[in-house]
Design a protein around this ligand. Structure first.
Ligand code: NDP
Length: 332
């Protein structure tokens, strides 16, 4: 028997532990072409909140009563597939929140654990890093000396965006919610400024001080009123990258913005949303670039690791309370 987490009920507002249930699942015999995997590192991601609601999106909702699923790095226990052996580590982006599971070999890719810690393939060197890379380079198109502002800056995507923007010679300003995160962004990652968002009037003044010439690129992970305040300070020809809107994911009342039309209009600015899979044809190129920067020491990983498979639901919920710096991971 193995353990799994199922979605017990669809959350209303912020998810609570009662929305999840741990169940026992009987192991099935392995078929030809399958692998038996033991989950080692589980990714918890804000986008999963959207899948917990029964709404149309770019990915179908989770079914109530069925296991949750997401990015998992697993160790191969048994293999009935060519080229993959017991002891290998693999990455799957849609593996169940289940301790041991059988999957088809084409659902996972082998990863090189000599190159980087295995969990980095869930963050900096995986979809998170690719989200930062493609959002910033393909939509933001940064030029040296431009000012880039990032909301959710100390999270998994945010720290990658800021570091890539620094590599590209930009003036980088991160917006985040805890003093320790602001210190980390400035002292460890070399951001030019890091600003707290809890008092939005103060944020506006602090942003004006940090970016007296205005904002050329806004990489938005958060949305809501915070984004309205930042949009007030964009420059002519600014690019606004809509990566995430975490401030709105648990909203039960009418959406509170952002209201971008006027700043976009008067600045001839571009605002574009994207899903990382839009760039699937270029994933290899993107991953090679991220690995190169990582090996050169230009890109650093940062994780908040919580130990224990049983902690998966709480760790997911904690994303909405800002408990992570960098990528939030559960280690089994
Ligand atoms: P993070 O690691 O950034 O974790 C979430 C962080 O968001 C928290 O630590 C918290 O930091 C901040 N946060 C939570 N609630 C709020 C709020 N109400 N207002 C302001 N900040 C809040 O997650 P990811 O880096 O994985 O994802 C960042 C964003 O990118 C998400 O919106 C996600 O949905 C999106 N995303 C989009 C993808 C795409 O393809 N477009 C792919 C991957 C992610 P703090 O302490 O600073 O408040």
């Amino acid at each position: 028997m193995s353990k799994a987490f199922i979605l017990k009920s669809r959350p209303v507002g912020k998810p609570v532990l009662a929305d999840f249930e741990e169940v026992e699942v009987a192991d099935l015999p392995l078929e030809e072409g399958q692998l038996l995997l033991e989950g080692k590192f589980y990714s918890v991601d804000p986008y999963m909140r959207g899948r917990m609601s029964d709404q149309k999106s770019y990915i179908p909702p989770f079914e109530v009563g069925q296991p949750l699923a997401g990015g998992v790095v697993a160790k191969v226990l048994e293999s009935r597939a060519e080229g993959i052996h017991p002891g290998d580590y693999v990455l799957g982006m849609m593996l169940k929140w289940q301790t041991v599971q059988a999957v088809w070999a084409n659902e996972v890719q082998k990863i090189d654990v000599q190159l980087a810690p295995p969990s980095y393939y869930l963050g900096l060197l995986g979809l998170t890093g690719l989200t930062a890379y493609f959002g910033l380079t393909r939509i933001g198109k940064p030029k040296p000396a431009e000012t880039v502002v990032i909301s959710g800056a100390a999270g998994a995507v945010g720290i990658a965006v800021g570091q890539i923007a620094k590599i590209m010679g930009c003036n980088v300003i991160g917006v985040a919610g805890h003093k320790s995160k602001l210190t980390y962004l400035k002292e460890d990652l070399g951001f030019d400024a890091a600003l707290d968002y809890h008092d939005l009037d103060k944020l506006e003044k602090d942003l004006h001080k940090a970016a007296p010439l205005g904002v050329d690129i806004y990489f938005d992970n958060v949305g809501g009123e915070l984004s309205d305040r930042i949009l007030k300070q964009i420059n002519h020809g600014a690019r606004i990258i809509i990566c995430g809107q975490i401030a709105l994911y648990n909203e039960t009342s009418k959406a509170v913005g952002p209201y971008p039309q006027v700043p976009l209009l008067i600045n001839s600015a571009l605002m574009k949303g994207f899903i990382v899979s839009d760039y699937v044809d270029s994933f290899h190129e993107g991953q090679m670039q991220l690995i190169k920067w990582y090996r050169e020491g230009l890109l650093k990983g940062k994780e908040t690791v919580v130990i224990g498979f049983d902690k998966l639901p709480q760790t997911f919920i904690d994303l909405f309370d800002g408990k992570n710096t960098g990528k939030m991971i559960v280690q089994a």
